[in-house]
Design a protein around this ligand. Structure first.
Ligand code: SDX
Length: 437
């Protein structure tokens, strides 16, 4: 098929050269970013499917939440850059911005803060779910199960067509995910659960539930609380990434929001996605010393070796990931404030320097992404490596819930149902067992 873009009438004309037929498809424009060709009628009009297996060139929805320009390294939430939000805002304010569309005024902020704070406790029976897991279960395995299980408790907020119930389930998920994450960490450590405290901020409360012990008072370190809040902001939402697309697809069948968020957690777990922060730390420990960097760089370039430089590369960012820069700065501050000398940070910086001088990485535009430095901070803060992706899920729940809400409120909600190019066997007759080879 040959095609020409007739920008005057704002359509794409495609011609099937086998039959000479031409088809016009409307071009839709957004606020910023590439225009899209509306191919919703493509199959009906041409009898062909389009083919884009990992959706590298496919827009799945319209959204007002987040804009990414991968070439310029731009990330904005509702028009505000991630750099400004990380520097001037806080996580709960960003959560309100993503969920409701605007930065809250003082009254709105106080109301939102109250609503989230007073939903942080979980039903007491949820404690019993943990006992079914081995203590050495991966925390993400527990989080997948526990989050989906919330559907079994909050029957009064499962009706997705009821606006008030949507709002309550959104608040419950944003409020309870840190509690569940902290309970998961405590369970794997064999320590007692810490109940949330209403006198602490979102980030302070999370640190308290993770690191507090009933045996002694726990004072939240303001430096750690500030770093935690910044890490949550940086991971809150990121357009139609794999886990967000999973949440949207699950939600398109009208599954309840707790089940949808559980599906997002499952998708985030993969080392190509949110699991990369844990994989970066494991990779740095595997490299061990600067003198081993060339060997691992060679392995990352070797197509026959499955090893990849974890924390490098991105499907969209072909320039720096703006979040990596903010995290690198926070990393320096936290380690200095805590007086932590983590050789991994030096190793990471040397790895970054060498990789970014290597044509293989430069030509493929493989720069450090959000996961490259986050693990080093989280390690310095005292989190077990297995908890890193859980922390990513705590932050991303705000984005998942906001994207789910935006989709459900779309007047034209339809179940997602991709098609395929079938390359299997053509029709053949059943062969009885005694006639098979
Ligand atoms: C996140 O989508 C999002 O927004 C995700 C995220 C979010 O906030 O939700 O930003 C969070 O998931 C960040 C990414 C974390 N993952 C990692 O750090 C894992 C390591 N990175 C790679 O697995 C990879 O870069 C991906 C999965 C992130 C992106 O892969 P792409 O865009 O599909 O790139 P590709 O597989 O098409 O690779 C292009 C080339 C290939 O080589 P050639 O075939 O051209 O010779 O680059 C190579 C790849 O082999 N390549 C790498 C590499 N990443 C890509 N080579 C070595 N090390 C790497 N990390």
């Amino acid at each position: 098929m040959s095609k020409s873009a007739d920008t005057k009438s704002n359509t794409f004309t495609m011609t099937n050269n086998a039959t000479g037929e031409s088809f016009d498809f409307p071009v839709l424009s957004g606020t910023c970013g590439p225009d899209v060709v509306d191919i919703r009628k493509f199959y009906a009009e041409t009898g062909h499917f389009t083919f884009d297996p990992s959706f590298t060139a496919t827009g799945s929805c319209k959204s007002k939440l987040t804009f990414i320009d991968g070439d310029k390294g731009i990330l904005m939430h509702r028009g505000y850059t991630i750099e400004e939000l990380a520097e001037k805002s806080n996580f709960l304010e960003v959560a309100h911005l993503l969920l409701e569309g605007e930065l809250p005024n003082k009254k709105q902020y106080e109301e939102f803060d109250h609503n989230i704070t007073y939903h942080t406790m979980v039903h007491e029976q949820i404690n019993y779910f943990f006992r079914g897991f081995r203590r050495d279960a991966h925390p993400m395995a527990i989080m997948c199960g526990i989050t989906g299980a919330l559907s079994a408790f909050y029957h009064d907020s499962l009706d997705i067509w009821d606006e008030r119930q949507r709002e309550i389930s959104a608040h419950r998920l944003i409020a309870k995910i840190p509690t569940l994450a902290a309970m998961t960490m405590k369970y794997t450590l064999g320590q007692p659960f810490m109940y949330p405290r209403n006198d602490l901020s979102y980030a302070e409360n999370f640190l308290y539930m993770c690191f507090g012990l009933p045996a002694e008072p726990y004072k939240v370190n303001p430096i750690l609380a500030d770093a935690m809040d910044k890490i949550l902001i940086l991971h809150a939402d990121h357009e139609q990434n794999a886990s967000t697309s999973t949440v949207r697809l699950a939600g398109s069948s009208q599954a309840n929001p707790f089940a949808c968020i559980s599906s997002g957690i499952a998708s985030l777990w993969g080392p190509s996605h949110g699991g990369a922060n844990q994989a970066v730390l494991e990779m740095l420990d595997q490299i061990g010393d600067k003198k081993n960097i060339p060997e691992f760089i060679a392995r990352a370039k070797d197509k026959d070796d499955p090893f990849r430089l974890m924390g490098f590369g991105h499907r969209v960012y072909k320039n720096t990931d703006p979040r990596a820069g903010v995290l690198k700065k926070a990393c320096d501050e936290v380690l200095e404030d805590l007086g932590v000398q983590d050789p991994r940070l030096e190793l990471a910086m040397e790895l970054e320097r060498i990789a970014l001088e290597d044509p293989y990485f430069v030509d493929r535009k493989l720069f450090p992404n959000v996961d490259f430095y986050s693990g080093i901070i989280l390690k310095a803060m005292g989190f077990p490596v297995e908890m890193f992706t859980v922390l990513f899920a705590v932050a991303r729940t705000v984005g998942w819930v906001s994207q789910w809400k935006e989709m459900i409120e779309e007047p034209t909600l339809k179940i997602g149902r991709p098609r395929q190019l079938y390359i299997g066997e053509d029709h053949r007759k059943y062969v009885p067992m005694n006639k098979r080879k």
